[in-house]
Ligand binder design. Sequence first.
Ligand SMILES: C[S@@+](CC[C@H](N)C(=O)[O-])C[C@H]1O[C@@H](n2cnc3c(N)ncnc32)[C@H](O)[C@@H]1O
Length: 238
Amino acid sequence: MSDLSSEQLRTEFNRWAEAGRGEGMEHDHLPITLPVVDLMQLRPTDNVLDAGCGAGWLSRLLAEQVPEGRVIGMDLSDEMVRRARKNYSDLSHVMFVVGGVDEIPWEGEFFDKAVSVESAYYWPDPARGLREIFRVLRGGGSAWILINYYRDNPHCHQWEKLLPVPTKLLSADAWAQLFRDAGFADVAHRRIVDPTPAPEVYTGRWFRDAAQLRAFRQEGALLVSGVRPTFGQTEARG
Ligand SMILES: C[S@@+](CC[C@H](N)C(=O)[O-])C[C@H]1O[C@@H](n2cnc3c(N)ncnc32)[C@H](O)[C@@H]1O
């Protein structure tokens, strides 16, 4: 990642963290994240990476499911990481580290699962991020990327103008191809519908009105997943 884009992201998300938005995102992202945690089929001994962990609420949820494993929450924003550490200092098998997905500060083949919620469309180089996630996963380990901002959902396209940092608006097929290019097998994508009822009146700035928010939630978030093949299996690397 260029120093400039990484610095720009850090500055912006440090601002979010200082405004308390890291903790606030749990409310919005939990309904679409819980089905993903189920699909991940975590085992008690799994080591899990939460890439772009924000204020750490998902790392805490994951930690409950892997009491004999470890959870590493990683975020580019040092302020998000500072808050995550403060919020969850009581969890001995969870660690929060400052780092970008382009160069994950961890040894290879350590994690059984990697998950990322509402972060991947900010990554300056998603192909490189996925190659890094592939590197730190063990053979048989799986990656799960969940995003609300993707080309196939027309009700989020206005975010490009509202967000003060560059974003990547890729289709589900393009994300799946990036997974395959990084070496992942069993690549799949599906929609995770947000069952939260939309309010009668919407006064926020992310959607035109309540009808658009409802349509956005019905389209659902995009979940892309893939498995790092075990030694001896054919890898799909092109
Ligand atoms: C919208 S927030 C979501 C945070 C958290 N996953 C949640 O759902 O509450 C996006 C997060 O991704 C982080 N992020 C953005 N680009 C990143 C990168 N290249 N590497 C690591 N973290 C990144 C940001 O700092 C921010 O905390």
